[in-house]
Design a protein around this ligand. Structure first.
Ligand code: MG
Ligand code: MG
Length: 273
């Protein structure tokens, strides 16, 4: 049910057919990701940030989801760290979350990539419109973690993000320029969503249905405040490419209401701690 909610394509960005086929083949994708999360959260690295060409400024999708995941890990008694771009780090400074610049990968029990570029077949990273991303990316961490046998979860909404390599055939089939821009970086579990922030919220929501301790985490996220701070630090909407209070071209009101719907749904359905 939550898997379905987070794939509601309000922005009409074309995730529908991709989602339906992914869901048909991986009916329990969100449950599986939530299980992996609950089994491995003790020491979690959360990676977020997607630079948008041509300015290469980071976009507004990802950071709120990363913060929500951070709170979820800490609520469970684990320790979380966030790796992201400097402007996002600055924008999230008041939230008192822990950042890391040079992560020691072996030290983590779980890596979650939320809306961050994943290398395409030619070794470069691309925007949805096919422009090359010319800024440092973090997908190598996901790759290294996989080689070390550390569990990984990817959260994405387009096909060019770290984690989407898990469904590269579907990206090629359904996403415009999929062959060229499709990510080759795989994760153990993949949370597909219409907006990556929603994917992160959905992962927490699904985990809360299994672990009542998490039932109030989504209520602590003030996405509008986070958005305000992000835009004050030059972060842009990835679709409109403007500094405005929107994510993926969808205005802030819809995001706040979507999060509220998810929060109430989770409270209604999850066991009391
Ligand atoms: Mg995306
Ligand atoms: Mg997005």
């Amino acid at each position: 049910m939550i898997g379905h909610l987070i794939n509601t394509d309000i922005g009409n960005r074309g995730i529908k057919r991709l989602y339906i086929e992914y869901r048909r083949k991986n009916f329990d994708f969100l449950k599986d990701a939530a299980k992996l999360f609950l089994d491995n959260y003790e020491r979690t690295l959360i990676i977020t940030g997607f630079p948008i060409p041509p300015t290469m400024r980071a976009e507004t999708d990802g950071p709120s989801g990363a913060v929500a995941l951070y709170y979820a890990v800490e609520k469970l008694g684990g320790r979380a760290e966030i790796l992201t771009y400097p402007e996002i780090e600055e924008a999230l400074r008041d939230l008192e979350v822990r950042f890391v610049k040079d992560p020691f990968i072996e030290g983590y029990s779980l890596i979650i990539a939320v809306e961050t570029p994943g290398r395409a077949a030619d070794g470069k990273c691309y925007s949805m419109s096919g422009l090359e991303i010319k800024r440092e990316t973090f997908d190598w961490i996901v790759e290294n973690a996989r080689e070390l046998g550390i569990p990984t979860i990817g959260i994405g909404d387009g096909g060019n993000e770290a984690g989407m390599g898990k469904i590269k055939d579907l990206i090629r089939k359904y996403v415009p320029h999929g062959e060229r821009i499709g990510s080759t970086i795989e994760t153990d579990e993949l949370v597909l969503s219409a907006v990556s922030n929603w994917g992160a919220y959905g992962l927490i929501g699904e985990a809360a249905l299994m672990e009542g301790e998490l039932r109030d985490v989504l209520a602590t996220i003030n996405e509008e405040e986070i958005l305000k701070s992000l835009t004050m630090h030059g972060v842009i909407d990835g679709v409109t490419k403007k500094t405005e209070l929107s994510v993926d071209g969808i205005p802030k009101e819809i995001h706040s209401r979507f999060l509220r719907l998810l929060t109430s749904t989770v409270k209604f359905r999850s066991p009391r701690a």
